[in-house]
Design a protein around this ligand. Structure first.
Ligand code: ATP
Ligand code: MG
Length: 226
């Protein structure tokens, strides 16, 4: 399916919101290619449209104009079930607030998406433990989210996003609610893991310092990238 081309290819991506009789043109023609294994920082001030763009690339919402190809598949032409398949086969998500399942421990939170993808339970458990351990959580495998610190919860969310070996990780301010030093640590572990797995990533942030640790920085301003 992906014949060596970019993992993401956006052309003329547009998104306009109608709100209280006003039209807000948030994305006004975004073009972007991300190569396999490339880690791209998406920089932009609050309200510039970073989350809107990640939702588009994540095939989570309609209402966009332009084209979005994921691993060579033109997503806007696919029926809903095929979009879901593309999402499952290729994408992993990390949100600013982790959305972990509160009644399950760290390991189970990482096992769950693997079971949904059809991985056998033993293999899923082994991968969960290995991911969590590589993120420094080997001693927290059976803690529930409420028994973990914010940084630990965010690391579980990182492990969950990588559980099914996505070709592309989409991360929306993955360390946005952490203090500066925890944010540095978690981002470092996130980048090391993504690089180790060979995944590509698109990481929204408004933090220049964090962005400079990635392979490439693109800036969203006035609805276009520079
Ligand atoms: N569902 C919606 N309806 C109307 N306007 C919206 C909607 N979603 C987003 N917007 C507007 O689109 C703009 C971009 O929002 P978005 O959440 O993408 O920004 P962002 O760059 O992620 O900001 P932040 O750094 O604060 O997370 C904002 O001005 C917002 O008010
Ligand atoms: Mg946002």
């Amino acid at each position: 399916m992906n014949s060596g081309g970019p993992i993401v290819s956006l052309r003329g991506l547009k998104r306009t919101f109608e709100q209280g009789g006003q039209r807000i043109e948030v994305l006004r023609g975004v073009d972007l290619d991300i190569q396999p294994g490339e880690i791209v920082a998406l920089l932009g001030p609050s309200g510039s449209g970073k989350s809107t763009m990640l939702q588009a690339v994540g095939l989570l919402e309609g209402g966009f104009d332009g084209s979005i190809a994921i691993a060579g598949e033109a997503a806007e032409t696919l029926p809903a079930d095929q979009r879901t398949r593309v999402r499952r086969e290729h994408l992993g998500f990390v949100y600013q607030f982790h959305h972990l399942l509160p009644d399950f421990d760290a390991t189970e939170n990482v096992v769950m998406p693997q079971m949904i993808a059809g991985t056998a339970r033993d293999a899923a458990l082994e991968r969960s433990q290995s991911l969590l351990t590589s993120l420094g959580l080997g001693h927290r495998l059976t803690h529930r989210p409420s028994q973990l610190s914010g940084g630990e919860q965010q690391r579980v969310a990182v492990a969950r996003a990588l559980a099914n070996q996505p070709t592309l990780v989409l991360a929306d301010e993955p360390t946005g609610n952490l203090d500066e030093s925890t944010s540095d640590t978690v981002l470092g572990q996130f980048l090391a893991l993504v690089r180790g797995e060979g995944s590509a990533a698109l990481v929204a942030t408004h933090n220049e310092r964090l962005a400079s640790r990635m392979d490439r920085v693109v800036r969203l301003h006035d609805g276009v990238l520079s």
